[in-house]
Design a protein around this ligand. Structure first.
Ligand SMILES: Cc1cc2nc3c(=O)[nH]c(=O)nc-3n(C[C@H](O)[C@H](O)[C@H](O)COP(=O)(O)OP(=O)(O)OC[C@H]3O[C@@H](n4cnc5c(N)ncnc54)[C@H](O)[C@@H]3O)c2cc1C
Length: 451
């Protein structure tokens, strides 16, 4: 029962562990030499409705990645404009912690493996392959999960953004992201708002050492610093409108410099012209750590999403599942993890010839997966971004009454939906039975009811 996960960002890591928990033999293939993708420069979680989603996933037994984040959190319960009870993980310590989780789950992780092609048998993938000049590697599998994200690549960042910002994706070193669904002949979906294709990543990092000591002291102590920008002539209104993270497209982020402590100083704007930044008291020596060209631009995202159903199976390919940004306009680590867990779980169910799991609308995660798919069928919806942490989807959570920080209440909801520990490893005897039953054949898709 072999599951191949392509892309080692938050979603791929979550998918790999989830499939392994169901007894699958899992290989995770990552293009670079490091896990977590854009999560290497993120850090914010448990803010607003992300708290609810994280606790739902923990109650369903799929909390491994949230436990890793909690362990690496250097601030908890932080308030910053528009956001409550946030945690901030340290971007320097999180990746090795996730590596340990994957090793503990028995996932085989391969680095610097950039999948560029697929071998198909009708509408099933048989194997994925690298280019000949990149090792000529081939990985056979029974089910595949695509979690390659939507960020970059340099020609897209140039065409639709302000050029390559030299970001954490390091495309020039490791090669461009390649979408697997498109390799299978599936037409991928572009997020766009009027003539703007994609959206620019919404934050950058400054080296703390380049900031005034009193700013660093407050940042280290409280996790957040808000500094008013003296002149309004900073061009930041344009930056807000193209942000991927609409939950931060608020006037407070236009009028102030908002810094969060994720190890480095996370500056909550896609980019900030360095000369203007250095005019702000305390920022006279400011230097960008990510992206290196953070004075000019940032990575573009949300081009190349896969059409999928609510079980996160990619339309038109029998044995391909997707999670994270690949699965649609859901922004954030939490969103990538919860969809990754479901995608990995359903890849294993597919092989066990069990009905695929669709999470019900009575829980926030199930509602979000369905709602985003439906909204993406419309022009207006394609111009939006969805996250549990703000903007339109957090408003929806509040209207539906699904937003809560009451962990016991979340547990009761999950229990009521019959989903307690659904993602946890089945006990050894039942897993043994399932795997043995599934081994001889990979069933054609028609027998896999979505239930
Ligand atoms: C600068 C920045 C700051 C952010 N800050 C936050 C934050 O604070 N909080 C938050 O919740 N969200 C934040 N986000 C958003 C969040 O990081 C993403 O929405 C989420 O982590 C996406 O995860 P993913 O796994 O879907 O994709 P990605 O993180 O893009 O990971 C995809 C992975 O797939 C690999 N890959 C791609 N193609 C291939 C291939 N062909 N073969 C093998 N591997 C491949 C890539 O190398 C990468 O590791 C931020 C994003 C950015 C860019």
């Amino acid at each position: 029962m072999k599951v191949i996960v392509i892309g080692g960002g938050w979603s791929g890591c979550a998918a790999a562990v989830s499939a392994a928990r169901q007894g699958a033999d899992v290989t995770l293939l990552e293009r670079t030499d490091t896990l977590l993708g854009t999560g290497l420069v993120g850090g914010i979680f448990r803010n607003n409705g992300r708290f609810t989603a994280a606790e739902e996933m923990i109650a369903m037994g799929g909390g491994d990645m949230f436990h890793a984040m909690d362990k690496c959190a250097q601030h908890r319960n932080v308030e910053f404009p528009g956001h409550s009870h946030s945690s901030l993980y340290n971007i320097a310590t999180i990746e090795p912690e996730v590596q340990r989780v994957l090793a503990g789950a028995g996932v085989d992780v391969r680095y610097q493996v950039r999948i560029a092609d697929v071998e198909m048998d009708g509408s099933r993938i048989v194997a994925v392959k690298t280019k000949k000049n990149e090792g000529d590697l081939r990985f056979e599998g029974d089910a595949f999960v695509e979690t390659t994200g939507t960020a970059g690549v340099p020609n897209i960042c140039t065409k639709h953004g302000n050029g390559c910002g030299m970001c954490i994706l390091r495309c020039h070193t490791f090669g461009n992201r390649v979408g697997i669904a498109s390799r299978c002949g599936i037409k991928e979906i572009e997020g766009h708002k009027r003539e703007q294709v994609g959206a620019m990543s919404g934050s950058c990092k400054l080296l703390k050492e380049s900031l005034a000591p009193h700013i660093v002291e407050e940042l280290n102590r409280t996790g957040v610093v808000v500094v008013p920008i003296p002149s309004s002539d900073d061009g930041s209104s344009d930056k807000l409108s193209i942000k991927a993270c609409q939950q931060y497209a608020l006037p407070e982020y236009q009028e102030n410099i908002v810094l969060l402590d994720t190890g480095h100083a996370k500056l909550m704007t896609p980019y900030f012209p360095q000369a203007q930044l250095r005019k702000v008291p305390g920022f006279e020596n400011a230097r960008f750590e990510d992206p290196y060209s953070g004075g000019v631009g940032n990575s573009m995202r949300f081009v190349g999403m896969a059409p999928r159903d609510d079980a996160l199976k990619v339309d038109g390919v029998d044995n391909l599942f997707c999670g994270g940004e690949k699965a649609g306009l859901l922004v954030g680590h939490t969103e990538a993890i919860v969809t990754g867990v479901l995608a990995g779980h359903n890849a294993a169910r597919y092989l066990l010839d069990e009905p695929l799991l669709v999470l019900p609308e009575s829980i926030a995660i199930g509602d979000a997966i369905r709602h985003v798919r439906e909204r993406m069928q419309t022009e207006e919806g394609l111009g939006l971004k969805f996250t549990f942490s703000g903007s339109v989807y957090f408003e929806r959570m509040k209207q539906l009454g699904s937003y809560t920080t009451d962990v016991a209440e979340i547990g009761r909801r999950i229990e009521k939906a019959g989903l307690a520990d659904v993602f946890a490893a089945p006990d050894a005897s039942s897993r043994h039975r399932s795997v043995r039953a599934a081994k001889p054949v990979v069933q054609p898709a028609a027998v896999h009811a979505v239930g």
